[in-house]
Design a protein around this ligand. Structure first.
Ligand code: NIG
Ligand code: FE
Length: 402
């Protein structure tokens, strides 16, 4: 089946960030075959189907490369405490925070996790998102971590979306291992990783004073890589604990948060080819004051991605468009940086470079069409969604007024 998408303005988000003002895309089944100016279309092209885009902007389908969207319950009471001055770290030290969601998630069935995750996934899909990363990390025991990963796969099977899963067993220390963090990491390395390796696309961890040390993350990453799994890391969110350096040494796909990263960290990430994932919704919801070193990332050529971080604690919400707006307003990213941050660089953060995230021949035919006049409107609107169509693997999966 040959489909022609025509009469659109195209931001390819490829290595050259090509823009076509009178563009067209040819899709064979689920793969992009040709992209360019409409007047250059291959002579004699006979499409089975033509989709008229009436001058709308077409970008790659968006990629949300950092979410925790499978979880049970909510933490609105903690949010109220935080807005009246208690810190996220203090709530975590009292046994709330992540551990509060662990209690709710352990008590939930797989069906309940799917039910509760569904509206959050749908909220992202309505914004032209076609690929989503989903982490475990609210089980902290083998069966519940596995149940979260199964729920993520079921959500993928139910929806027009590619899901990339990360095992985040090293998210917080479970109460059963209190005072025995090294033993917990050893258990994850020797028992859980081999069992869950076939179900996950990557291994993640939280490197922070209130979570795991750089040395513990280093051990975990060694075990993950021995099983052939790529790694990513939450780090330098509340303080600098040396996580970026560990991540860089292991050639991590991404390092996420990074408010407290240094120039030396930026250099290490650049050398390792690691993507720096900006999570401005967490920065905002925690009322953080320390800005990530964006200029150092730019100077050293660290690829920047932007993600929602959808979770019930630090980033309650399920909007990548809001994250894009906040990345511009709070972190000073340009409209081009946020667009690449949710397309090409987000694909790279998931190890999907060359498969998704750019409109080039050979990539999966995932698009978002936008009712906007200018690309500068991406990351400009807050609380308004100008996405009017999404295409997943060559099929129109969303049409809405915008
Ligand atoms: O990305 N930083 C650690 N993990 C999550 C928050 C999880 C939670 O608070 O439930 C984050 O911000
Ligand atoms: Fe996170």
């Amino acid at each position: 089946m040959l489909t022609l998408f025509r009469h659109c303005r195209i931001a390819t988000c490829d290595d050259h960030s090509h823009v076509f003002d009178h563009g067209a895309v040819v899709v064979r089944d689920d793969v992009i075959e040709w992209v360019g100016e409409e007047h250059d279309l291959p002579a004699g092209l006979r499409a089975d189907r033509t989709i008229e885009l009436a001058g709308r902007w077409l970008t790659p389908g968006l990629i949300d490369c950092h979410t925790h969207l499978v979880f049970a319950g909510q933490r609105a009471a903690e949010f109220a405490r935080r807005t009246s001055g208690t810190s996220y770290a203090d709530i975590a030290r009292e046994g709330g925070g992540i551990l509060s969601t662990v209690r709710a998630t352990r008590a939930a069935s797989e069906d309940e996790l799917v039910e509760q995750g569904r509206p959050r996934l749908r909220s992202l899909l309505a914004e032209g998102v076609t690929t989503v990363e989903i982490k475990s990390g609210y089980g902290l025991e083998l069966q519940t971590e596995a149940r979260m990963l199964c729920a993520a796969r079921r959500l993928e099977a139910e929806h027009p979306v590619t899901v990339s899963t990360s095992l985040l067993a090293a998210h917080a220390l479970p109460p059963e291992f209190e005072g025995r963090a090294d033993e917990y990491i050893d258990t994850v390395c020797s028992d859980w990783l081999p069992e869950l390796a076939v179900r996950v696309d990557a291994v993640d961890a939280y490197c922070e004073d209130i979570a795991f040390s750089a040395t513990q993350c280093d051990r975990l990453f060694g075990a993950a890589r021995a099983l052939g799994l790529p790694v990513r890391l939450h780090t330098e969110q509340l303080s600098n604990v040396g996580g970026s350096q560990v991540a860089a040494r292991h050639g991590a796909l991404s390092c996420d948060h990074l408010e407290y990263a240094t120039e030396a960290d930026a250099l290490a990430l650049a050398r390792a080819g690691t993507v720096a994932v900006m999570l401005p919704v967490a920065f905002y919801a925690l009322a953080e004051k320390q800005l990530p070193p964006i200029d150092a990332f730019r100077r050293h050529g660290v690829p920047l991605a932007v993600a929602s971080d959808c979770n019930p604690g630090s980033a309650p919400g399920a909007s990548l468009l809001l994250a894009m707006n906040m990345a511009r307003r709070l972190f000073g990213l340009t409209s081009e940086e946020v667009l690449l941050g949710v397309t090409r660089h987000a694909a790279r953060a998931l190890g999907l470079a060359g498969q998704r995230g750019s409109l080039v021949p050979g990539h999966g035919a995932d698009f978002a069409a936008w009712s906007i006049d200018s690309l500068d409107e991406l990351g400009y609107w807050a609380g308004f969604n100008p996405c009017s169509m999404a295409v997943k693997d060559g099929t129109v999966v969303l049409e809405r007024d915008a």
